[in-house]
Design a protein around this ligand. Structure first.
Ligand SMILES: O=C(CO)COP(=O)(O)O
Length: 249
């Protein structure tokens, strides 16, 4: 049985005042209308993790980070080690998001090393893959995704794979359910090719302009285990409606 998972990626949004209120509203909504069996994770910026950890402790919402370094400690100014995250009660970490690949030059090898270290520290890595608009237009989307899977996921990977077509991120233009179904089937086949039996059960999420209006049709796709939600995760009522759009399976 696959446990569905909805991950909210706050990106570079959240100050102490609004973050605590956002979490309060989320927890209140979940308490009154709990979606049974769905893992809910929020990934605020690093600066909010220590502040939100006590609020989330013992709640149905897990705490995730948006990145980590591959080393356990050392001379890496401005970076955060996986063990610093678990130290705060963080359980998940987004790795290889296209915005980090774009803004910080992260490549598949970097992502793979981070995934190894994160898992070693006890974190669940949520590794992002997805094609650019150009790759899509030139019919190279599957090739690009195939290379990312080979390059970004380490041997023995036991985390979550998030398919986020870059052209769908923050544009309000989610991929269609048909396109998602086709690409997720391709990702599944690649995972099985790479990992054998365990590739059959790795969870695959969709991300890219998921909102209250399209969540149900996306989450109804049989091999989509959940969603990685950006902008809509900043609005508790919308995020809750996405959590509640997870079908009972
Ligand atoms: O990048 C994303 C989540 O990681 C998706 O962002 P949006 O939901 O804002 O399109």
């Amino acid at each position: 049985m696959t446990t569905p998972i909805i991950v909210g990626n706050w990106k570079m949004n959240g100050l102490s005042a609004d973050s605590a209120d956002r979490v309060k509203a989320l927890l209140a909504g979940l308490a009154s209308q709990r979606a049974t069996g769905t893992e809910v994770v929020i990934c605020p910026p690093f600066t909010q993790l220590a502040l939100l950890a006590p609020q989330l402790k013992g709640s149905p919402v897990a705490l995730g980070a948006q990145n980590c370094h591959m080393d356990e400690k050392g001379a890496h100014t401005g970076d955060i080690a996986p063990g610093m995250l678990t130290d705060l009660g963080v359980t998940h970490v987004i790795l290889g998001h296209s915005e980090r690949r774009r803004d910080h030059g992260e490549v598949d090898e970097t992502v793979r090393e981070k995934a190894v270290s994160a898992a070693k520290a006890g974190l669940t890595p949520v590794v992002c893959i997805g094609e650019t608009e150009d790759q899509r237009q030139s019919g190279e989307a599957q090739d690009a995704i195939g290379w990312q899977i080979k390059g970004s996921l380490p041997d023995g990977f036991a985390g979550v794979v998030a398919y986020e077509p870059i052209w769908a991120i923050g544009t309000g233009l989610a991929a269609t359910p048909d396109d998602i179904r086709t690409t997720v089937a391709f990702i599944r086949a690649e995972l099985v090719r790479q990992f054998g039996e365990s590739g059959k059960t790795l969870r695959i999420l969709y991300g890219g302009s998921v909102d209250a209006g399209n969540a149900a049709s996306i989450l109804a796709i049989p091999d989509v285990a959940g969603a990685l939600v950006g902008g809509a995760s900043l609005k508790p009522d919308v995020f809750l409606s996405i959590v509640h759009a997870v079908p009972a399976r």
